[in-house]
Design a protein around this ligand. Structure first.
Ligand code: HEM
Length: 494
C-alpha cells in the first residue's frame, strides 16, 4: 500500500473530508511500515490492535473519544486506569501509528504535567511554533515569559476591565435581537461563542468595532470547518490590526518578527481565547436550566449584587460565591478541554499499570493527560459524579477563594480544567473575569428555559457533548453545535 496516498483528516479538516473518510484504510495501515505501536503489559487493553486503532481514531474524528475512553475504563472496571492505545496521526506530515498512553490516574496526571513540559507535536501542522504547539522547551519558556504580563490580573486585566464591561453591557441587546423580541428560541452556543470572540477582540486585543463585526462569524465558521481557508486571511488581517491597537494581547505582536510564529499564535488566541469560554458558559446555562433551584439561587445572588453595586467593579467578584461554585462545577463536569494536554516524555517515567504495578515508560513516549476521565471518576468525586452539584465539597485549591480577583490556577490531582503549571492556560483569569461579567448582565433582567427539543436531551444518556478538540454541545437540530433556549424577560427586583 502506498502510504503517501492516505490523507489523514484531523480535528480541523474540512467537514466533507472528515465525514467522507474511508475507515477501512486504517486497518490496512495496521502492522505496515508506518506502525510503531506495540502492546505494553498492564497498559494496553486486551482487544485486537486493529479494532483499537480504528475504534479510537473514529471516535476522535467524530467527536466522541471522551465517551470511547470512558467505556474502555469501564470495561477494565478501573476508572483510574492508565491505558496505551495505538494512535494514527499525521503530526509531522507523514502518517504514522504510535503508542499514546492515556493517563487517568490522578497522581500520575499531575506528576507527568509538572515534570514533562515538552508537548507532543499534536498542533504543529496547524499552529507552527506557537506557544501551545512548540515542542522546544526553551522556545516555550521565552514565549511564556514574554506573554505572561499580558494576562496578569493587576498588570493587565484590571486595565482591560472597562472594555470587557462595555461589551458585556451590550450583550443583552443582541440576546433580544436573536430572540426576535422574545418570540423565538435562541441558539445560546452561537450567542456565547459570538460574545467570547468579541470579548477577546475588544478587551484583550483592543480591536475596532468594525474589525470585530467583520470577522467574528467568519472566523468562528472557519474553526467549525466552514471555509477553513479563511484562517490564514484572518490571521494576516488580525496581525495588521494589532499594529493599530494597544490591547495587551496586541502589544505582544508589535515587535515580533517571526511571521510563522505570529500566525500560529494569532490562530491559537482566536480559537483558545473564545471557544473554551463560550462552551463553558453554554454548559453552565444548560445545567442551570436543568436545575431551576440552582438557577433561582444564582438569580438571587445576582439581584443582590446589583442592589449593592451601582456598576460592575473589578474588586467585587467576592460577592458572587455561588456563581463561583457554579462555574467551578461546570469546569469539572463539562471541561471545555476534555482532552487535557499531550506531552512527550523528556526522560523515562514510572506510572501505574492496571494491577497497580509500576511500569516504566521510555523517554519519547507520547502521553495524553486527559481531563474528562478524572473529572468524572466516581472514586474521586463520589456517587453523584455525573450530576451538576455546585454545593459539592471542592478542595481549597480547586475553587477561587471568594477574596477578590484570584490570579491563580484552580487545580488538584483530580481536577485540572486549565491543566497544570508551569504550562497551564494563560487566559484562565481573563476567562474567569469575562464569564462573570456576561452572567451578571444576562441574568440581570432575563430568565432561561430549554426549548422543547433541547429539553429532550436532558434524559438522553447519549447527550455527552461533541469533542472536536474542545467539548461543545452537539446540536439537537442538525449541524454541529447548538444549545436551544427560550428567553424570558423577568420582572427585575430593582
Ligand atoms: C474556560 C476557559 C478556558 C479553558 C477551560 C482553557 C483551558 C486550557 C487548557 C487545558 C490549556 C492547555 C492546553 C494544552 O496543553 O494543550 C490551555 C492553554 C492555553 N490557553 Fe486556555 N483555556 C480557557 C480560556 C483561555 C482564554 C480566554 C485564552 C486567551 C485569551 C486562553 C489562552 C491559552 C493559551 C495561550 C494557552 C497555551 C499556554 C502554554 O502553552 O503555555 N485560554 N487552556
Amino acid at each position: 500500500m502506498n502510504d503517501s496516498k492516505v490523507d489523514i483528516p484531523s480535528f480541523f479538516s474540512d467537514k466533507s473530508k472528515l465525514l467522507g473518510f474511508d475507515y477501512s484504510k486504517i486497518k490496512e495501515l495496521c502492522n505496515s511500515e508506518i506502525d510503531h505501536s506495540y502492546p505494553i503489559d498492564d497498559l494496553t487493553p486486551l482487544v485486537k490492535k486493529e479494532i483499537l486503532l480504528e475504534g479510537y481514531f473514529k471516535s476522535i474524528l467524530l467527536g466522541y473519544n471522551h465517551v470511547y475512553l470512558s467505556k474502555l475504563l469501564k470495561d477494565l472496571k478501573n476508572p483510574s486506569a492508565n491505558i496505551s492505545l495505538p494512535l494514527l496521526h499525521q503530526w509531522s506530515n507523514e502518517p504514522r501509528i504510535d503508542n499514546l498512553v492515556i493517563i487517568s490516574d490522578p497522581e500520575d496526571a499531575e506528576k507527568i504535567c509538572k515534570r514533562h513540559i515538552q508537548k507532543a507535536p499534536i498542533f504543529k501542522s496547524l499552529l507552527n511554533t506557537s506557544i501551545i504547539s512548540t515542542t522546544d522547551n526553551e522556545d516555550w519558556r521565552t514565549q511564556r515569559d514574554a506573554m505572561t504580563n499580558a494576562f496578569l490580573p493587576k498588570h493587565s486585566l484590571q486595565l482591560v476591565f472597562p472594555a470587557s464591561v462595555k461589551r458585556a453591557r451590550q450583550c443583552t441587546e443582541l440576546l433580544i435581537k436573536m430572540s426576535d423580541d422574545y418570540t423565538e428560541p435562541v441558539d445560546m452556543s452561537d450567542f456565547f461563542l459570538n460574545e467570547t470572540q468579541a470579548q477577546l477582540q475588544k478587551a484583550m486585543f483592543g480591536f475596532s468595532d468594525d474589525f470585530e463585526q467583520k470577522t467574528n462569524k467568519r472566523i468562528r465558521d472557519a474553526f467549525a470547518g466552514i471555509n477553513p481557508e479563511y484562517l490564514l486571511e484572518f490571521s494576516q488581517d488580525a496581525l495588521n490590526e494589532t499594529m493599530k491597537s494597544d490591547g495587551p494581547a496586541s502589544i505582544l505582536f508589535h515587535d515580533s518578527k517571526d511571521i510563522q510564529k505570529n500566525i500560529g499564535n494569532m490562530i491559537l488566541f482566536a480559537f483558545a481565547g473564545h471557544d473554551t469560554t463560550g462552551h463553558t458558559l453554554t454548559w453552565l446555562l444548560y445545567e442551570l436550566c436543568k436545575h431551576p433551584e440552582y438557577k433561582q439561587r444564582l438569580i438571587r445572588e445576582i439581584d443582590e449584587y446589583w442592589l449593592n453595586n451601582a456598576e460592575e467593579n473589578y474588586n467585587s467578584f467576592f460577592q458572587l460565591p455561588f456563581m463561583t461554585q457554579c462555574i467551578t462545577e461546570t469546569l469539572r463536569l463539562w471541561p471545555a478541554l476534555a482532552n487535557g494536554t499531550y506531552r512527550e516524555l523528556e526522560k523515562d517515567e514510572k506510572i501505574k499499570g492496571h494491577d497497580g504495578s509500576e511500569i516504566t515508560l521510555p523517554k519519547g513516549t507520547y502521553c495524553q493527560i486527559i481531563n474528562w476521565t478524572r473529572h468524572r471518576n466516581v472514586e474521586l468525586w463520589g456517587p453523584d459524579v455525573n450530576e451538576f452539584n455546585p454545593d459539592r465539597e471542592f478542595k481549597d485549591s480547586e475553587i477561587w477563594h471568594h477574596e477578590g480577583f484570584g490570579g491563580y490556577n484552580v487545580s488538584s490531582d483530580r481536577f485540572s480544567p486549565f491543566t497544570y503549571g508551569p504550562r497551564n492556560c494563560l487566559g484562565k483569569n481573563f476567562s474567569q473575569m469575562e464569564m462573570r461579567l456576561i452572567l451578571l448582565h444576562l441574568f440581570k433582567h432575563h430568565d432561561f428555559t430549554l426549548e422543547e427539543k433541547q429539553e429532550q436531551s436532558v434524559n438522553d444518556p447519549k447527550y455527552m457533548g461533541i469533542n472536536t478538540f474542545t467539548l461543545g454541545p452537539a446540536s439537537v437540530h442538525g449541524g454541529l453545535l447548538g444549545m436551544h433556549v427560550n428567553i424570558h424577560l423577568r420582572k427585575s427586583k430593582l
